[in-house]
Design a protein around this ligand. Structure first.
Ligand code: TYM
Length: 326
């Protein structure tokens, strides 16, 4: 055992492979945090079942998502990596936490309102943030690297940790949210006023981590940009250009200011070509690594992770069960 601080995060296997929003907002931090923290990462397949889905697609999407996590640099010898559905202790804790969660708090969740408008309401969709809280708390983690869109869910996890501790005695640390300074909310390429999302029906709205350079160039070229012709960073007034500047800054490893200085009068066409090249250069090695894993190898890694995760979460659950009178 180490005495490093512990970190957990999860990603849904939904809507094809992870996109640059996932990467810039969260996965990049997952990888970096491996150096200093005890890191636990999970393909949260049970969360993907809360909107209508195809079982065959889910089966493949789990493997592809796990493979992409390995490709971006999650190291299964350093991090604990597994499929959520293989570790049912998550579900047990979710049930327990549901008994101390107010219905009103769940009904106010932005993602519940948005997704239930599109996909219809079901109990799983409403209870989703409780399962997410269980994912986090079951590992007694100190920090959770996520994008901005998960802030409300993480707040619930923090509330539930405090509520449980107050009611049953100290059990869970209250975890901090870790978000990047730039790129905590990457916007859609087709509508820069909404976030880039795997569930957007338009594939042109997002760049997948395994998109080849010509596809990336095309998607960036056709990205919706703003009136005028100057490249300036102004997220309210120029959300499209600002979004591209953030991506350029991340993948080009340069400050937004220096990029805006260089491209201010270059014209949108030249600017977009340079953005596309920077993203393609950044994703090239990831795409190559992704192709280098086969499904069987990934499944073995995930089985090994699940075994260890079951052992670790079972130890935590024994203490929880004791506290709640079971
Ligand atoms: P998910 O699968 O939608 O996204 C995975 C991670 O990517 C981040 N992200 C973004 N960041 C910046 N810009 C975007 N456009 C963007 N889109 C997605 C998300 O914030 C997330 O960090 N509920 C979670 C999955 C989950 C989880 C957990 C996360 C389940 N249990 C426990 C952390 C801890 C979700 O749907 O993420």
């Amino acid at each position: 055992m180490t005495n490093k601080q512990r970190v957990f995060s999860g990603i849904q296997p939904t809507g094809g492979l992870p996109h640059v929003g996932n990467y810039v907002g969260a996965l990049n931090n997952w990888v970096e945090m491996q150096a200093d923290y005890d890191t636990i990462y999970c393909v949260v397949d049970l969360h993907s079942m809360t909107i209508p889905y195809d079982p065959h697609e889910l089966k493949q999407a789990r493997i592809d998502t796990a493979k992409m996590l390995l490709a971006v640099g999650v190291d299964p010898d350093t991090s604990l990596l597994y499929y959520q559905a293989d570790v049912l202790q998550h579900v047990e804790l979710a049930w327990i936490l549901s008994t101390i969660t107010g219905l009103g708090q769940l009904e106010r969740m932005t993602q519940f309102k948005e997704k239930s408008d599109r996909a219809g309401q079901n109990l799983g969709l409403l209870a989703y943030p409780v399962l997410m809280a269980a994912d986090i708390l079951i590992h007694k983690v100190h920090a959770v690297p996520v994008g901005d869109d998960q802030a409300q869910h993480l707040e619930l996890a923090r509330d539930l940790a405090m509520r449980f501790n107050a009611r049953f005695g100290d059990e869970f640390p209250v975890p901090d949210r870790i978000t990047p300074g730039v790129g905590a909310r990457v916007m859609s390429l087709t509508d820069p006023t909404t976030k880039m999302s795997g569930s957007d029906p338009s594939v042109r709205s997002r760049i997948l981590l395994n998109d080849p350079p010509d596809v990336i160039a095309k998607k960036v070229r056709s990205a919706v940009t703003d009136n005028g012709s100057e490249v300036v960073y102004d997220p309210d007034g120029k959300p499209g250009i600002s979004n591209l500047l953030e991506l350029f800054s991340f993948f080009g490893r340069r400050s937004i200011d220096s990029l805006a200085d260089e491209y201010v009068d270059a014209g949108y066409g030249t600017f977009k070509a340079a953005v596309g090249e920077a993203i393609a250069a950044g994703l090239g090695p990831i795409r190559e690594r992704y192709e280098s894993f086969d499904d069987e190898e990934v499944s073995m890694i995930m089985r090994r992770g699940a075994e260890e995760a079951r052992d670790r979460t079972e130890i935590e659950m024994k203490s929880v069960r004791e506290k709640i009178g079971l």
